[in-house]
Ligand binder design. Structure first.
Ligand code: HSX
Length: 206
């Protein structure tokens, strides 16, 4: 399958703080940033595009490697913005795009209010950031839009996911890889992950 659950003692430790309702925004943001770095690290593990360059150490001439054709980091606002700092610190050479999209509970559909990609998005690989996938309606709408622009491989980093959501992403976009810390047991009637961590945007920014 295209889902990779990144299970690690340090991530389990950090996740506990994210879940805890007594963890407030500043710490929450810091932990989301740390987890995002790890997810990017894992998502880039099989990156094939490196070039050799000549450098000199203080001791000798040698060869080093540089990432080329860097993925475009795309945030699904608003919660995805909490993952940007961490992602971009691992990929300082990457350009960034933003998708403003939400699931409207009255019209039972996703609404896009913002879409801004770097000029050269066509053909580029994308690292798509959103801390949560619940029903996956938001994620699928975002992927649909990116594919309209003819992007390359899309990898998603999402801290908590649901099995239903992951199955749905796989159904509509079998080529997309998802990197997550945990697949949650349940989703409630409101579309919240259980136990989850609440509304990621609110936890990050309120
Ligand atoms: C939250 O809801 C997350 O950050 C995602 O953008 C979205 C996940 O819900 P769903 O569309 O997967 O149900 O704001």
């Amino acid at each position: 399958s295209k889902v990779k659950v990144i299970d690690h003692p340090l991530l389990r430790h950090k996740l506990g703080y994210l879940r805890d309702k007594n963890t407030y925004s500043q710490d929450f943001r810091e932990i989301v940033k740390e987890i995002s770095k790890v997810l990017v690290y894992e998502a880039m593990r099989d990156w094939q595009h490196l070039e050799k360059i000549a450098i000199e150490t203080p001791i000798a001439k040698t060869e080093a490697q540089r990432i080329v054709r860097a993925p475009v980091v795309v945030s699904i606002m608003r919660a995805g913005n909490g993952m940007l700092d961490g992602a971009l610190s691992m990929l300082p050479f990457a350009s960034t795009g933003f998708i403003g999209i939400y699931r409207d509970k009255f019209i039972h559909n996703t609404v896009e209010y913002y879409f801004k990609m770097p000029q050269d998005i066509k053909g580029k690989d994308v690292l798509l950031c959103d801390p949560l996938i619940a029903t996956a309606d938001t994620m699928i709408a975002a992927i649909d839009r990116l594919k309209n622009y003819g992007v390359g491989q899309i990898k998603v980093i999402s801290i908590l996911t649901s099995q239903t959501g992951l199955d749905k992403v796989h159904h509509y976009h079998p080529d997309v890889e998802v990197y997550t810390v945990n697949i949650e047991n349940e989703m409630n009637e409101m579309g919240y992950l259980v136990p989850g961590l609440g509304d990621a945007g609110d936890r990050l920014f309120q």
